[in-house]
Ligand binder design. Structure first.
Ligand SMILES: [Zn+2]
Ligand SMILES: [Zn+2]
Length: 244
């Protein structure tokens, strides 16, 4: 296997072959047809990617998911976006995707995918968000994964931007940074699972401690009550009744 080239030396032709195979599988997934990742991997290694290992091809597919995610596009769920995409590989993949007609997506589009939501919110937080986002009054569950709700990245971005790195629960600065930004989690005061809305009047930016406290502490009820007093934009939402 020593003649296998290093992963960094992928040629444009190789990246194109990987992107082609990826987009073909993506289309099959979109129309609900089955495909076999292992088979597609093997086919690629029998042709354009004969210099590559199975693991290397798999990793490249995860790179493509990561680039699509950052372009605010959907991606194949079976290829979990890679954490690290080489700084020279990312522009190459992006260029090939654009050449194949994949355009930059809109980061304001609501999504149930946590990673996509976070990427979109991070992109929006870099902009000055003056207008309060309308959010979603009745967030729906995503059709495929019944646990996740479709949420508005503008709400997450706005709430975190307003918090300016200070936890709205305890008033302390975020305990650490992530991607050079203070790490705060956006919590829905009335939980989405209890039919809470995805609006800034029901969302707060909390440090991990305060967030856990809301969900798991003995005084979670009292602590949640204190949030309504402390954060003026919060509005109590009606208890679950069969009303509008
Ligand atoms: Zn806190
Ligand atoms: Zn929460």
């Amino acid at each position: 296997m020593s003649d296998k080239k290093k992963d960094t030396d992928w040629t444009v032709a190789e990246i194109e072959a990987a992107v082609d195979a990826y987009l073909k599988m993506f289309e099959l997934e979109r129309i609900g047809q089955k495909f076999n990742k292992t088979h597609e991997n093997r086919v690629l290694r029998a042709s354009a990617l004969h210099n590559r290992t199975e693991g290397s091809v798999e990793f490249r597919m995860q790179n493509i998911s990561a680039v699509l995610l950052r372009m605010h596009r959907e991606y194949i769920k079976g290829y979990k976006p890679a954490r690290n995409v080489g700084s020279n590989v990312e522009p190459a993949i992006r260029a090939v995707l654009i050449a194949k007609g994949v355009t930059l997506g809109d980061p304001t589009v609501a999504t149930a995918d946590e990673e996509a939501l976070e990427q979109r919110a991070l992109a929006l937080e870099k902009l000055p968000l003056e207008d309060e986002p309308a959010g979603i009054v009745k967030p729906k569950r995503a059709p495929a994964q019944s646990t996740a709700f479709i949420r508005d990245p503008k709400v997450r971005a706005w709430v975190r931007q307003k918090a300016k790195g200070i936890c709205e629960g305890c008033g302390e600065p975020a305990p650490f940074t992530k991607n050079d930004s203070p790490y705060l989690e956006v919590h829905h005061v009335k939980h989405l699972a209890n039919k809470g809305s995805d609006r800034i009047s029901n969302a707060v930016a909390l440090c991990p401690n305060c967030h856990r406290r809301c969900h798991h502490s003995n005084d979670s009820k009292e602590f949640t009550e204190s949030l309504y007093d402390r954060v003026k934009r919060l509005k109590r939402e009606p208890l679950n009744r069969k009303t509008m």
